[in-house]
Design a protein around this ligand. Structure first.
Ligand SMILES: Cc1cc2nc3c(=O)[nH]c(=O)nc-3n(C[C@H](O)[C@H](O)[C@H](O)COP(=O)(O)OP(=O)(O)OC[C@H]3O[C@@H](n4cnc5c(N)ncnc54)[C@H](O)[C@@H]3O)c2cc1C
Length: 281
């Protein structure tokens, strides 16, 4: 299908982009990997597209003071191949490398994927496990949004009309921490039927810190706090992983029934925990 008519603007600065987005009638265009298909299917019909590709420094990746800053338009490929991400935050690099195919990874962006909030998208699990912060900009200024507050529901975030994700901030001081992202791939698209991001560290031979992000299982990604608490309380990986489905209303669709997704989530969580533990430096 062909998209409805729309206006197109390619601002040369962040301020110009924010001005164009300010009245809420325009949509940001990043990699176009989700927005363009939705427009072609007429599931989205924005009056105006504001192409972010001309905004300087919006794709930069840097590290200072224990924080990695990833510009919103950094592509999945840029993140998976970034020496900073690979060395200082391997969980985000591993997650980026698992997305779609080479074309998708060369076009799609971290900011676009987070803002789209697909329930089967990979990044939200890692962003929750990493307790990421989002620098969000609008014409009236900036604010910081925690990952746990960004993902509201399927395809729904807490971003207000006119707001743009400018930067994603991640911890870079994860020494002594083991991480792993594991997913069950949907064979055609690569999306996560379920995806589990784990971050653990030990003290005195026991797990002292655990963060577990889950995607694909429910309408929005979430932190599996029951699993985290069980790990810190000394439960085995399998015992803790069994709790990942507690209180969750699992998605059921053409790719997997709710029962099957629950099973996949438990098995994948146990495996991701084991790998993360083995990776503790
Ligand atoms: C064939 C295929 C396979 C895929 N496989 C996977 C997969 O395995 N795993 C996975 O997680 N994803 C997958 N995706 C989705 C892909 O990762 C997209 O990159 C992502 O969903 C959207 O990113 P984008 O940069 O293309 O954003 P766009 O499509 O340009 O935009 C998506 C939405 O975000 C908004 N937006 C964009 N940038 C910003 C910003 N900075 N601030 C606020 N709002 C913004 C747009 O207005 C739009 O509403 C796949 C996509 C395709 C086409």
């Amino acid at each position: 299908m062909i998209a409805n008519n729309f206006e197109y603007a390619k601002p040369a600065s962040l301020a110009e982009a924010l001005n164009l987005l300010a009245d809420g009638s325009a949509k940001a265009l990043a990699g176009g990997m989700s927005l363009i298909p939705m427009m072609k299917l007429r599931l989205a019909s924005p009056e105006k597209l504001v192409d972010l590709s001309g905004v300087p420094n919006l794709a930069a990746i840097s590290e200072s003071g224990g924080t990695i800053r990833i510009g919103a338009t950094a592509t999945h490929y840029a993140i998976e191949s970034s020496p900073v991400c690979r060395a200082k935050c391997p969980l985000i690099a591993e997650t980026a490398a698992s997305i779609g195919d080479v074309q998708v990874r060369n076009c799609g962006t971290l900011g676009g994927a987070a803002a789209h909030a697909d329930p089967s998208a990979d990044y939200p699990a890692a962003l929750l496990a990493l307790e990421a912060k989002f620098l969000v900009a609008s014409k009236s200024g900036t604010r910081t949004v925690e990952a746990r507050d960004l993902f509201v529901d399927a395809l729904t975030t807490s971003l207000e009309p006119g707001e743009l994700i400018q930067e994603i901030q991640l911890p870079s001081d994860d020494s002594g921490t083991g991480t792993c992202y594991k997913k069950v791939y949907q064979p055609a698209s690569g999306y996560a039927t379920v995806g589990i991001a784990v971050r653990v560290s030990k003290s005195g031979g026991k797990i002292s810190f655990a963060r577990v992000g889950v995607t694909g299982l429910a309408t929005k990604a979430f932190r599996a706090r029951g699993v985290e608490d069980a790990l810190v309380a000394g439960k085995s990986s399998a015992e803790a992983a069994a709790l990942v489905t507690n209180g969750v209303d699992a998605n059921s669709d053409i790719h997997a029934s709710a029962d099957y997704r629950n099973h996949l989530a438990q098995v994948t969580t146990a495996r991701a925990i084991e790998v993360a533990l083995a990776r503790i430096a």
